[in-house]
Design a protein around this ligand. Structure first.
Ligand SMILES: [Zn+2]
Length: 205
């Protein structure tokens, strides 16, 4: 049926094409593939030229679909876990001072909200140290012994041999694995080595 109004005719043609596309998915796929082949770089150029619109659209979509977004993020993290860890460490290193300040602020805030949780954590750690193997108190690591360990370490981490800015006490057999807080179980370690160990037992070999 011919339309008198050209706008109406265009609209009808648009609708017809949309319907045709839905009805011929294979043909569409073939046509698209051919287009991609004959116009190399077309879509990449489009993505670059419309970067802002695309980012805005993606952001709006992510806000409107929180659950799907979380799922996509989770899958992506799983697939690229090594890469995300590397990037996370890099970002942390770049903004280290700021991150540390933020972390400290958050901890202070949380502490103000739930002091009992933090106090309990400190208390447990202390109990583990003191209680380790029910040793008599004079067997526990003393300040002098710790100084001696530091001297013997020559300022280098026991695990990675790098120079330490801030040496930390690292338990070779972790306190959580019934390790003891005694001189022969404590080494001087850099913070990254100490933090990466967690409750695992680690050896030099
Ligand atoms: Zn180290």
């Amino acid at each position: 049926m011919p339309y008198k109004d050209p706008e109406q005719a265009r609209e009808a043609a648009r609708k017809y094409r949309a319907k045709w596309r839905l009805e011929h998915p294979e043909q569409m796929q073939r046509d698209n593939a051919a287009f991609r082949k004959s116009h190399p770089g077309y879509f990449a150029a489009y993505r670059i030229a419309h970067r802002k619109e695309r980012a805005d659209y993606n952001r709006a979509w992510a806000l409107a679909h929180p659950q799907q977004r979380r799922e996509i993020e989770r899958r992506c993290k799983e697939k690229h876990s090594a890469e995300t860890k590397r990037l996370r460490c890099l970002r942390y290193a770049q903004n280290r001072d700021q991150r540390r300040r933020e972390n400290r602020e958050r901890m202070n805030r949380d502490y103000a909200l739930h002091p009992e949780i933090y106090k309990e954590r400190v208390r447990r750690r202390k109990a583990l140290k003191l209680d380790s193997g029910k040793l008599p108190k004079d067997h526990l690591l003393t300040a002098q012994e710790w100084q001696k360990i530091l001297t013997l370490s020559h300022g280098r981490c026991y695990w990675c041999r790098r120079k330490m800015d801030k040496p930390t006490q690292d338990h070779v057999i972790p306190l959580h694995n019934h390790g003891l807080h005694v001189a022969y179980n404590v080494v001087a370690s850099c913070l990254p080595c100490n933090c990466s160990k967690g409750a695992k037992i680690r050896t030099l070999l």
